[in-house]
Design a binder for this molecule. Structure first.
Ligand SMILES: [Cu+2]
Length: 252
């Protein structure tokens, strides 16, 4: 009888150890710099996104991996922490067709590369295959996915046909958060909060997707204005509250 207690204690410890081991989350993505924006977002049409593969020196990309967009991106941008060189390349693939148009462009600071996307690209899942090359001629592959689902535009605040629109920055939110507009509309963001806010194009902190859509710090009462002449989706955020203060413009 006196041997039972120690045996029971050992069994209990073994059981605790087993469950702790069993509950460990397996590492499913490459151990590179995973950023917050890259967590796949759930979408009502539920596309299945495979894990991204990140090349050496990769930082972020827009559209975000796992994002489902209500319209076509104006371009796909990938950001790095090292100088890009030729022949870096971006392909925007759906069923082996490349919906990118024109050359892959390396930005003047050499930290981002971008490719324009065809504005009439169909709904569905897109795989971005890229090759990032450095001045020493070495190249590394990477891949990520996003989806287009135009039915999501139903949830957007429809302000098409207006020449000017105001978006309030209030209670650490963009109001309205998601707006549908007509090409040529002049958009003004006004800060109603005592906290400073920014208007920054995605992703954070590179702010490279639509480079003109970046404001200085806006104090209460200050504003930022930009006219949108190109159709497409414009995901943006406030860099002071990047995880929660987000918005999107759909220009038609
Ligand atoms: Cu803010």
């Amino acid at each position: 009888m006196k041997n039972i207690l120690p045996v029971a204690a050992v069994l209990a410890l073994a059981a605790v150890g087993f469950f702790a081991w069993k509950n460990q989350t397996p590492q499913t993505s490459p151990p590179t710099n995973q950023t917050q924006e890259e967590t796949p977002k759930t979408s009502p049409t539920s596309f299945t996104f495979t894990n991204p593969k990140k090349s050496a020196h990769y930082e972020t990309n827009t559209p975000a991996h796992g994002s489902t967009l209500a319209g076509t991106p104006i371009n796909v941008v990938i950001d790095f922490n090292f100088d890009l060189a030729k022949p870096s390349e971006i392909k925007i693939l759906k069923e082996r067709t490349d919906y990118g148009t024109g050359e892959t462009i390396i930005d003047t600071n050499k930290l981002s590369m971008r490719r324009t996307m065809k504005s009439d690209s169909p709904d569905g899942l897109y795989t971005v295959d890229y090759k990032a090359c450095w001045p020493d001629k070495s190249c590394h592959d990477g891949t990520f996915q996003f989806a287009i689902d135009r039915s999501q535009a139903k949830t957007y605040d429809d302000q098409t046909g207006k020449k000017e629109v105001t978006i309030k920055m209030s209670e650490v939110m963009f109001k309205p958060q998601n707006i549908k507009l007509t090409r040529g509309t002049k958009v003004t963001w006004v800060n109603d909060d005592s906290a400073e806010h920014y208007v920054n194009t995605d992703s954070h902190p590179s702010h490279t997707y639509s480079p003109t859509q970046n404001s200085k710090a806006l104090k209460k009462g200050e504003s930022f204005t930009l006219t949108f002449d190109q159709a497409g989706i414009y995901p943006y955020h406030c860099s002071a509250h990047a995880s929660s203060m987000t918005g999107s413009l759909l220009i038609e």
